[in-house]
Design a binder for this molecule. Structure first.
Ligand code: NAP
Length: 246
């Protein structure tokens, strides 16, 4: 049975990933500041460890508790996202980059001696593209995360640890469903411009994460899969013509 650590698994995409991996039979450990939902807590294969990623001691305590309870890990998936309003630049870089590096350095000695092993980092289209609605710090932090993912692919490869990423396009998640269902005109635009003619869901990204964190991806490292229904292939002029109906 694989043991997977999910960093940022208490809500959003992280919660979808933890349920998917628990369903496939993994032992799942979750780090976040809030408690797991009663449903997840009582599932039998999911354990929550409350920790604040901006505090190294808190990370070390959570990892020690996790290892004492469930032993070494096979996979570690990073889904945390800074949602604070204060000091965005520092908060974003700390939560996305410093925390990821601190967790990797803390868990390195506790990777399982056997079985497939991998890191998985969830990036964003803003690591490469520049767009509205997200801060400079989000763009820079995600760009740095992509490079950290590749750095680990090379440096941890000799220890049998793979490192990959996924780049989701804006996805429907439990917390955002109401907004999109109340604003169907936005969903309609996505249907019009995305080659696969629908908006992404959290499940789309979770499925790719599950693949990359499995022996089926045993020779895949340093890669980033874009989960956007083909949108990033579309030339901006074609997009403009389609939206204008010309
Ligand atoms: N939403 C999208 O459409 C979208 C699109 C592209 C990429 N992404 C990326 O996909 C990932 C998941 O996104 P999401 O929208 O599902 O995120 P989310 O709902 O905001 O969840 C973020 C997770 O990070 C944890 N977290 C944040 N700060 C933390 C801290 N200081 N210490 C411990 N845990 C912390 C939160 O747990 P607690 O609050 O319990 O601490 C939560 O579980 C993110 O990396 C995001 O950048 C999202």
């Amino acid at each position: 049975m694989a043991h997977t650590l999910i960093v940022g698994g208490t809500k959003g995409l992280g919660r979808v990933v933890l349920r998917l991996l628990a369903k496939r039979g993994d032992l799942v450990s979750v780090i976040g500041r809030s408690e797991l939902s009663p449903e997840d807590k009582n599932s039998g294969s999911i354990d929550g460890y409350q920790a604040d990623l901006s505090d190294l001691k808190s990370i070390e305590k959570a990892v020690n508790q996790m290892v004492a309870k469930n032993g070494g890990i096979n996979y570690c998936i990073f889904l945390q996202r800074y949602r604070g309003k204060d000091n965005e630049w520092i908060g974003e870089l700390e939560t996305t980059l410093t925390a990821t590096k601190s967790v990797v350095e803390t868990i390195l000695p506790v990777f399982s001696k056997e079985g497939d092993k991998a890191l998985l980092m969830v990036s964003s289209v803003f690591s490469k593209y520049v767009g509205e609605g997200q801060s400079a710090s989000y763009h820079v932090a995600k760009a740095g995360l992509d490079q950290l993912m590749r750095f680990y692919a090379l440096n941890l490869g000799p220890q049998g640890i793979r490192s990959n990423g996924v780049t989701p396009f804006t996805f429907l998640k439990e917390e955002s469903k109401k907004f999109y269902f109340d604003n169907p005109q936005i969903m309609k635009v996505y249907e019009d411009i995305i080659p696969l003619s629908r908006m992404a869901t959290a499940e789309d990204s979770a499925n790719a994460i599950e693949f990359l964190c499995s022996p089926k991806a045993g020779f895949v490292t340093g890669q980033n899969i874009t989960i956007d229904g083909g949108l990033s292939l579309v030339w901006p002029e074609s997009l403009a013509r389609r939206l204008m109906g010309v």
